[in-house]
Design a protein around this ligand. Structure first.
Ligand SMILES: Cc1cc2nc3c(=O)[nH]c(=O)nc-3n(C[C@H](O)[C@H](O)[C@H](O)COP(=O)(O)O)c2cc1C
Length: 407
């Protein structure tokens, strides 16, 4: 099987508990990364005795997490929920007898066990332990319970064990874990029920002549992450995307547009969605007249006349249903809060997500973002600097708490 094409861009949480076979999980993380996957490693406190966060953090290129309550209180406490939604697959390898029993009974005393409880993605568990521990009825019952709940459990192969005994209890080879992961992902179907969400993303492109256009620096990442997060939460998502090279999130219906007018038309066609999130950086102005031929260079300056494009958010705010949730984005570089509040009230929306691209950690591109949410009810929710995937989940958590829970 060619796992590579299937794992490219996939997101894995790899939970490692405190067994001697933890050293093999270092190779597992390495293999997943080589296949193009993103990997978030979670170590139980006891796993630190077997492998180091330094090694795993270096290979995964992400901070390795252990505690639910981080020493550095920067608002990252929701990570156990975010990661459970972020991942396409959670792998627990090795799963010790101790961790297995926690997974079964719902104990969540570390980041690994907490993420396992909140994960909505499929889970692959790879037990590894001494032969007698493995064959013990408690362990076997736990494995059976996990299977009955839909978790994929790999059998522990037979062989020489660290204890010196021979029998079942070895961790499957990393290459076999990766192949099983690829099969699970190939057969897991995206959710397609629940409330409807319309998300706009990316820039628009306004032609001046057949070869030139006006656009902006939006990459579309924030909107695409919102679409991905909403789909994970169980919404039916339609994503209206301006020109961007980003891949469509799984399970999301995408409509590509180029200009502000095209975006206006598609959004209006879909304005009955339960939730509308206008994350696109829609051009405020278009050419007064698009030249039929390439504009020739002259000796002097050139003056362009620009015309206002339709104000999509204002129109949505005017036509909205009361039970609809309308979320707009404001990008301000000066008097940011005032600009956000004007937009919130002037356009009759429920939430404005303010970002200022000149702030550290915020702005365009695939990296992090730092936003503040302003609610119609007067609430102000500043979020810490986070990856755009985490910001997307946090925005949905704040703006749609009731619907998120139902979905
Ligand atoms: C050297 C050594 C090796 C161990 N190997 C295993 C093992 O392979 N599997 C297992 O279930 N427990 C093993 N244990 C026991 C676990 O480390 C112990 O139950 C621990 O509390 C597990 O914590 P955790 O599941 O939270 O990581 C080992 C203990 C020691 C000291």
């Amino acid at each position: 099987m060619n796992a590579k094409s299937r794992l490219n861009g996939k997101r894995f949480v790899v939970g490692i508990s405190g067994g001697i076979a933890a050293y093999k999980s270092v190779e597992l993380v390495r293999m997943l990364r080589r296949e193009g996957a993103e990997v978030q490693v979670l170590l139980t406190p006891d796993a630190h005795r077997f492998v180091t966060p330094l090694t795993l953090g270096t290979l995964s290129e992400r901070e390795v997490l252990t505690e639910i309550f981080p020493a550095n209180e920067n608002g990252s406490w929701t990570k156990h929920v975010h990661l459970g939604l972020w991942a396409d697959l959670m792998i627990v390898a090795p799963a010790t007898a101790n961790t297995l029993s926690k997974l079964v009974s719902g104990v969540c005393d570390s980041m690994l066990t907490a993420v396992a409880l909140s994960a909505r993605c499929p889970m692959l568990v790879c037990p590894a332990m001494d032969h007698d521990m493995y064959e013990h009825p408690s362990t076997q019952d736990n494995l059976e319970t996990l299977r009955s709940r839909g978790t994929t459990v790999m059998d522990a192969p037979e062989g020489l064990l660290a204890s010196g005994l021979t029998g079942k209890g070895r961790l499957p080879e990393p290459v076999d874990i990766v192949s099983t992961a690829a099969v699970i992902l190939a057969y897991s179907t995206p959710r397609s029920s629940g409330p409807q969400v319309l998300v706009t993303a990316g820039p628009t492109r306004e032609s001046l002549d057949p070869v030139r256009y006006i656009t902006n620096r939006s990459s579309g990442t924030m909107g695409f992450e919102l679409a991905r997060a909403a789909q994970r939460l169980g919404y039916q998502v339609t994503l209206v995307a301006g020109p961007t090279a980003l891949e469509t999130p799984e399970g999301v219906a995408r409509v590509d547009v180029e200009t502000a007018r095209e975006m206006h038309r598609v959004v209006m066609d879909n304005r009955n969605a339960d939730v509308i999130i206008m994350a696109a950086a829609v051009a405020d102005y278009e050419a007064g007249e698009v030249a039929g031929d390439k504009i020739k260079k002259g000796d002097g300056d050139l003056t362009l006349t620009l015309r206002r494009t339709p104000d999509i958010l204002r129109e949505l705010g005017t036509l909205r249903r009361e039970d609809q949730v309308l979320i707009g984005f404001a990008l301000e570089t000066r008097d940011a809060e005032k600009g956000a509040l004007n937009k919130l009230h002037g356009k009759n929306v429920d939430w404005i997500v303010l970002n200022n691209p000149t702030e550290a950690g915020a702005g365009f591109g695939p990296g992090t973002n730092k936003v503040t949410l302003f609610g119609r009810d007067g609430s102000v929710e500043p979020l810490p600097t986070m990856s755009k995937a985490d910001v997307a989940l946090a925005i949905l958590g704040v703006a749609l708490p009731d619907i998120s829970r139902e979905a």
